[in-house]
Design a protein around this ligand. Sequence first.
Ligand code: VGL
Ligand code: ZN
Length: 217
Amino acid sequence: MAIAAGKTGVIVADVQGDFTTWKKGSLAVNGTDKAFVQKVQKATETLSREGYPIFATQDWHPGDHISFYTNHPGGKAFEVIKIEGRTQVLWPPHCVQGTENAGILVDSNLFLAVVQKGRDTRYDSYSGFMDDGGQKTGMDQILKRNGIQKIVVYGIATDYCVKATALDATDAGYKVLVIEGLCKGVAPETSAKALKEMKEKGITILKELDLQKIKTF
Ligand code: VGL
Ligand code: ZN
């Protein structure tokens, strides 16, 4: 194992069938074809081989989840509404617990732990650390238990899960690096804004996987 690798972990965010064009997902994000997922798989294998512990997030909703437009009479897909003062995008039903397309497409043998999120019907949860109601997932504890102080984040979607996870990690005191070329976003404008916001928060953005830069960030 590489000497400097001990304190850095990797979070692979929501690389699940429903978010991909490859699997004809219900919330397929542009550019998430088979080649993209294979690129993420290869990069994750490389980082694992280099000794970095790999963690994953998995969007894991009950069928009656608040984020599904089908659970709001008259609601439309991608409509933005307010719920108790919170902004909520109404999504097509996706990542329903136990369905095939809720499965993670990266080889699960690479993961030390998978953190599921969005399990509470009442709250959405883009972040791997906590939901919109402030309820924490196990992520922070798991990372701490493994001595992780710096994290590398990539996956789907740049403008939702990747952004929220990276920002929450920063707030929780981790140093964070995002690999842009291993992410895809729901929309170009919000993805550009997300990258800008992350940079402004002090998050390092790499275009592509660069082991030297990951060793020293
Ligand atoms: C996500 C949309 C809906 C994400 C989750 O984790 O990026 N996006 N649910
Ligand atoms: Zn979701």
